[in-house]
Design a protein around this ligand. Structure first.
Ligand SMILES: [Zn+2]
Length: 474
């Protein structure tokens, strides 16, 4: 009996200690706050005449690992400023736990808001960060841009920069690749537009309301890497339901019946291939916007050009798996998401045409092809682990051509050309790190342990840190 009581007391103590170190959900809160994710509530109003977006909202932020005495909020619209103002963004207020806070705009492109906290924010604790501001859309081909009456709106909201063992990740916005580096969040967004504007967005449309002149669209998306939308009064909208998932196309040009058929085929074939081989996709909706932007991924949506490039659409959809669900530092480690996404675009063609499809696609991506002779010479010794902006003109060649070429070479030389075995390994990697942020070590460790090829990591690191023609082995 006594021994039983002792076991009970010890068990209770272990349980209580465990409770202290794991996330407990406060069920007294609204359901949307009963989550271990960061929660973003955003209400935006589009002023078409002024080309401005007003944003009012809150981040219900969870501090993960380190105690913090300061915060950086990353807010990219300041990165470009075509206005007469000192900063593109005009901030009305920033409040933390309902107190108005002073802040400093900082960073080389003014995309960081520095806040000195009154009290230490302990790891595991949450705070409410409220804000209200407006900004003017950029005038170039950027991620926050106006093209005639199409408003592309990505990275328009603030997020707390990630603090890790290297300190704050507060890199400037970069146009070569995406510098957005954030953890998974739940997004509740209302978008207020003129009446005749339609919205293509990341989330699921859960409510619409109207006045005589305006529409308000309410969206929700949970476990998302980001939220974005575009809006226009000139969209042609198409939808298709397959396997209980709704696929939408918002196109700035009217599509022929053949092109509607073609694009839905590309989308559904891509989902079928990657869900069955890599892992499941969590939402019952996906949207493709066909507008002025050439190709850009975001959770639940992609922005591609209305000229319709099959491989680009496939590539942007694959980012649902490698970018959205498995995240990484895009500024420091663009190799991880972009090279894998480009390599594994081969799966789409493999499913259609077997090894001919696989090698055909990768032949187009072959960095060692003689058409790249000049780049091959120019890139000798270059690292693929540079910050995105430091690559200069060789970025696309090194990441989108040499990256996938490296994986193809590895499969041929080290896995005896067993393509499906490598897809299986990438599926293990995906399922192990779903909804997390990975490092290059994480990726290479999975490939090495799953393949059983002991020199995997050493070989990849040799190739990645110093560009060479792939014939060298450790
Ligand atoms: Zn990409």
């Amino acid at each position: 009996m006594k021994q039983g009581l002792l076991v009970f007391v010890v068990s209770l103590m272990v349980f209580l200690v465990a409770c202290q170190t794991t996330t407990t959900l406060d069920t007294s809160l609204e359901p949307k706050y009963q989550t271990s994710n960061n929660v973003y509530s955003l209400d935006v109003v589009l002023d078409v005449e002024m080309s401005e977006l007003s944003v009012t909202g809150e981040i219900y932020y969870k501090n993960d690992e380190y105690d913090l005495n300061e915060l950086y909020l990353t807010l990219y619209p300041n990165s470009q400023n075509y206005t007469e103002r000192e900063n593109n963004i005009v901030i009305d207020y920033i409040k933390i736990d309902q107190l108005v806070y002073e802040y400093t705009i900082t960073g080389s492109d003014h995309s960081q808001i520095y806040i000195d906290l009154d009290d230490t924010l302990l790891s595991g604790k949450r705070i409410s960060i409220e804000f209200s501001y407006y900004f003017t859309y950029w005038q170039n081909d950027g991620r926050i841009s106006k093209h005639e009456d199409e408003f592309l709106t990505m990275f328009f909201y603030p997020f707390v920069a990630i603090y890790d063992d290297e300190g704050w990740n507060i890199d400037a916005f970069t146009v070569h690749g995406e510098s957005y580096y954030n953890t998974i969040g739940d997004y509740y967004v209302s978008i207020d537009t003129p009446l005749d504007y339609q919205v293509a967005a990341s989330g699921e449309l859960v409510d619409t309301s109207s006045t005589d002149t305006r529409n308000t669209y309410s969206y929700e998306i949970l476990n998302a890497r980001d939220f974005s939308f575009s809006t226009s009064e000139n969209y042609f909208v198409y939808s298709e339901v397959e396997n209980e998932r709704t696929y939408m196309i918002y196109s700035l040009v009217e599509l022929s019946d053949l092109n509607v058929f073609r694009v839905f085929n590309i989308i559904t074939n891509t989902f079928e291939a990657y869900e069955s081989t890599i892992g499941s996709y969590p939402y019952d909706h996906y949207t493709l916007e066909l507008g002025e932007y050439f190709g850009m991924e975001s959770t639940g949506i992609a922005y591609c050009n209305y000229d319709i490039d099959e491989a680009t659409i496939v590539h942007e959809i694959i980012h649902q798996w490698f970018y959205s669900m498995v995240g990484n530092d895009q500024s420091d480690d663009s190799f991880i998401d972009e090279a894998i996404t480009t390599y594994i675009t081969s799966l789409y063609y493999y499913e259609q045409s077997g090894t001919n499809g696989y090698y055909g696609y990768l032949a187009f991506r072959n960095s060692l092809d003689e058409r790249f002779e000049d780049r091959l010479i120019a890139c000798q010794g270059e690292s693929l682990l540079q910050k995105v902006d430091d690559f200069g003109d060789q970025y696309a060649y090194l990441i989108y051509y040499h990256g996938p070429t490296m994986f193809r070479y590895y499969v041929d030389e080290f896995l005896e050309g067993d393509i499906e075995e490598f897809y299986r390994i990438l599926s293990v990697y995906f399922n192990q790190y779903k909804y997390q942020v990975v490092t290059l070590d994480d990726l290479l460790d999975v490939i090495e342990s799953e393949s059983g090829v002991q020199i995997t990591k050493e070989w990849f690191m040799m190739q990645i840190t110093e560009f060479q023609d792939l014939d060298n082995r450790p």
